[in-house]
Design a protein around this ligand. Structure first.
Ligand SMILES: [Zn+2]
Length: 99
């Protein structure tokens, strides 16, 4: 994972935490038991962090296909560095049996 990807992941986690705290703060004006506010804040935060992680993965996912047009072999790499992308790209076209 590159430093830029780590930064975007941290930004997503901070935004998710801020949204979860805002939801908990808004719910605190209602007569709810404290444990329900805590559980709601934690579950909201975890759900939003997972969503942010998924979005970050989608943005940083790259699929390499075999150069043979009749072949459907493909390799997918998530959050790889430049060397890993180069290696996966070479592997996509160097598999033993085209299918
Ligand atoms: Zn192939």
């Amino acid at each position: 994972m590159t430093p830029t990807q780590k930064r975007w992941r941290l930004v997503g986690q901070l935004v998710a935490a801020a949204v979860a705290l805002t939801v908990a703060w808004q719910l605190s004006s209602y007569p709810l038991p404290p444990w329900l506010l805590v559980v709601t804040a934690i579950s909201s935060s975890l759900g939003l962090m997972e969503a942010a992680q998924r979005i970050t993965d989608v943005v940083h996912t790259r699929t390499y296909r075999c150069p043979d047009p009749a072949c459907d072999h493909r390799v997918t790499l998530i959050n790889g560095g430049a060397d890993e992308h180069r290696r996966y790209q070479e592997e996509a076209g160097a598999h033993p049996y085209h299918h």
